[in-house]
Write a protein that binds this ligand. Structure first.
Ligand code: NAI
Ligand code: MG
Length: 371
């Protein structure tokens, strides 16, 4: 029995998560996968009502679950950043979800490429280091010293920067940091993931020709891990990668990418595969609690109208099943989504006529009939 936490959140979050759970119920009917679900009240309604995001007891309860299934948060009445930082970013840090997994699949015919490529790129974005570590500051005239402290589960880093700043000018800086331990676990996860998918190599994206310190070390460590695992390793510069994703997406399998470049490339990837309604992501800690979500937000413009495409939430549930070791059911869900697209059982954003609930029903039926 798996114990799931359900954080449906705001707007269309609850609408698409309901369909995802409907599909998981169908999976439980035809397989040995069994689960219970505890719902957590998070998001803008609670915040506006009580000023509360998540209490410490709730974080503790979340930490004991096998996985977290997350809808979306965000509301025009709440200042941007409060919910995102207080809930999403805190969760990634608290549970040390150091891998952001984002598959980019050629969901024809919704792919905006002229040529028909069959691709299934799995991006593994490092989620805790690099230029998003929060080590930055200002050097104003007369202020020549800047101290920063980076605290991670794995380490603490005290940075003390002393500079002779030109008093005629003002400077701002943001430091990109990678740690050996951080890159080692990232590389280890990447090669294991690639092997489990049946890939014989990992593609590592970076900008080692310019940011040679951090990405030089990263290359070294990936090379060591490649040898250890007996796997291949390709390097791609991020600018070349952006082009290659458009002209030859079918040549990539498992792609490891550091935090900042990963943020950008995975949004490019989301559009490449057919848009927001088709994109799912996992925030993963392989030895802790991981969180799975559609990449879209709360979509206040269509909330409550039955227009939300639930396929991204279904694909997030599929990734969760994968993490929970249900490989056979992962295949079934993949085929169910493909079938839904092939027969046009889709919502209006994909040109279909069905509403959210009807698409969920169609997927759940397909799953039941696949027994
Ligand atoms: P959004 O992803 O909510 O919506 C962008 C556009 O795509 C809208 O026109 C929406 O109707 C459409 N759309 C999104 N998901 C869809 C679906 N499943 N089916 C059909 N159409 C869909 O992004 P937006 O509008 O920038 O943000 C709305 C709120 O969501 C904001 O408060 C934002 O901060 C938050 N947000 C939360 C995220 C999360 O919880 N992980 C991620 C992105 C945004
Ligand atoms: Mg982004």
């Amino acid at each position: 029995m798996k114990h799931l936490a359900i954080l449906a959140g705001d707007g269309i979050g609850p609408e698409v998560i309901r369909e995802g759970l409907k599909v998981l119920d169908a999976v439980a009917e035809i397989s040995s996968f069994q689960y219970d679900a505890e719902e957590f009240d998070i998001g803008s309604e609670r915040y506006l009502r009580s000023g509360e995001l998540i209490r410490d007891e709730e974080w503790d309860a979340l930490g004991k679950k096998d996985a977290i299934y997350f809808g979306a948060i965000g509301d025009p009445r709440v200042k941007p950043g409060i919910l995102e930082k207080g809930i999403l970013l805190t969760m990634r840090a608290r549970f040390d979800q150091y891998i952001n997994l984002r598959p980019v699949t050629s969901w024809h015919p919704y792919v905006p490429l002229k040529k028909h490529f069959d691709f299934d790129i799995h991006f593994l974005r490092e989620n805790t280091e690099d230029f998003y570590i929060g080590a930055g500051g200002n050097l104003r005239p007369g202020e020549m010293r800047s101290r920063m402290k980076v605290v991670r589960g794995m380490y603490t880093l005290d940075l003390d920067l002393q500079a002779q700043a030109d008093p005629e000018d003002e400077f701002a800086f943001e430091i990109g940091v990678l740690s050996r331990k951080g890159v080692e676990r990232f590389a280890e996860y990447s090669f294991r993931y690639a092997a489990a998918r049946g890939d014989d190599k990992v593609t590592l994206v970076d900008k080692a020709n310019v940011c040679s310190q951090i990405y030089g070390m990263q290359r070294e460590i990936f090379q060591e891990k490649a040898a250890e695992h007996g796997m291949g390793l390709d390097f791609m510069y991020v600018d070349a990668m952006a082009m290659a994703m458009i002209v030859r997406p079918q040549t990539f399998g498992t792609v490891a990418v550091p935090n900042l470049f990963g943020d950008i490339l995975t949004d490019l990837g989301a559009q490449l595969q057919g848009g927001l309604g088709m994109g799912a992501s996992g925030n993963i800690n392989p030895s802790g609690v991981s969180m799975f979500e559609p990449i879209h937000g709360s979509a206040p413009d269509i909330a409550g109208q039955g227009k939300a495409n639930p396929l991204a939430a279904v694909l997030a549930a599929k990734m969760m099943l994968d993490q929970l070791g249900e490989a056979e059911m992962v295949e079934v869900l993949q085929k169910a989504v493909r079938h839904s697209l092939d027969v046009g059982a889709v919502t209006a954003d994909l040109g279909g006529k069905l509403n959210t609930v009807q698409v969920g029903d169609a997927i759940a039926d397909y799953v039941r009939n696949s027994r």
